[in-house]
Design a protein around this ligand. Sequence first.
Ligand code: PLP
Length: 356
Amino acid sequence: MRVYNFAAGPSMLPLEVLESAQRDFLNYNNSGMSVTEMSHRSSYYDDIHKECISLIRELLNVGDNYDVLLLQGGASSQFEATPLNLLKKGRADYIVTGNFSNKAYTAAIKYGDIRLVASSKDANYTYIPKDLDIRSDIDYLHICHNNTIFGTRFTEIPKCSAPIVCDMSSSILSQEINVNDFGVIYAGAQKNLAPAGMTLVIVRRDLITDGLAICPTIMKWKTQSEAESLYNTPPAFTIYMAMLNLRHIKKNGGVKAVQVYNEEKAGLLYAFIDNSTFYTNKVVKEDRSMMNVPFVTPNGELDKKFVSEAATAGLVSLKGHRLAGGMRASIYNAMPREGVVKLINFMTEFEKNNKL
Ligand SMILES: Cc1ncc(COP(=O)(O)O)c(C=O)c1O
């Protein structure tokens, strides 16, 4: 039996995508072999690689002035790659809205004059800071679009004259974006795109330069841009899965349709929590994430009981991150509406049985 998997990543993929991969697993496109076995220099793989990039361009409306790179190393590798590729004046500003943007900030500090513009740590990352004093003479501003652990999201992208570098690991393809608002967008694949193993980097071409002298060859966007993301062996199977998932998104109406569906799912869950006196979501309403919904019951013992009984009912991985506690329902693109409804029904029953 397949469960509703509320994990924050790796997370659910559409059943249709998994079935398609299963059908083709042993013999892809009459090649007589699996994608997991084939040379990344073969024409079979070349078609997959190119289609994946072209679907990303189409679905996110990426202009010709941007390159699309499919890299390894996870989103965390881009915490280092960002300053290594972009620092010229040697200055960058960071907004810290959670654990991952703090990691990005901490990673960058060793490379230059890196300043913390604003942080929401004072309220355990439950809001997005609005009062920003961004320097005018910086190489870039770094933000994290969606805070996976604490469940916040930038609903408006800050105004800044320097390029904005945005970690979209947990929100890529979940809503429409204007790529032109950003200098660089990066995202680990393992939430809305594919299994783990690939990092998407969308970078404005004028920002692809030699970078700092100490930038390792493999971390230079220029290296991979010139080699069309084939400088070394790419994560071929993950890229293949991304291609299938992107085809699925296109067939179902593109990112706009995904956004409408996600708004509906998140709307149902937040409305239920807001109407309840038993469950609480601590995030400032206007800054709520559409992908990750943290919530708590009246006490820690009930939280534990909730997670365990939910798992028995086929609603798994609802335990909150250790930094946030409580529960977290990650409702990425592939979580069906029925999964959210089943969760709400379970929450209703649990409240009835455990009301203090
Ligand atoms: C917003 C965000 N950034 C970065 C990361 C780190 O990604 P990776 O594990 O691919 O390095 C995560 C992982 O969950 C994330 O949610």
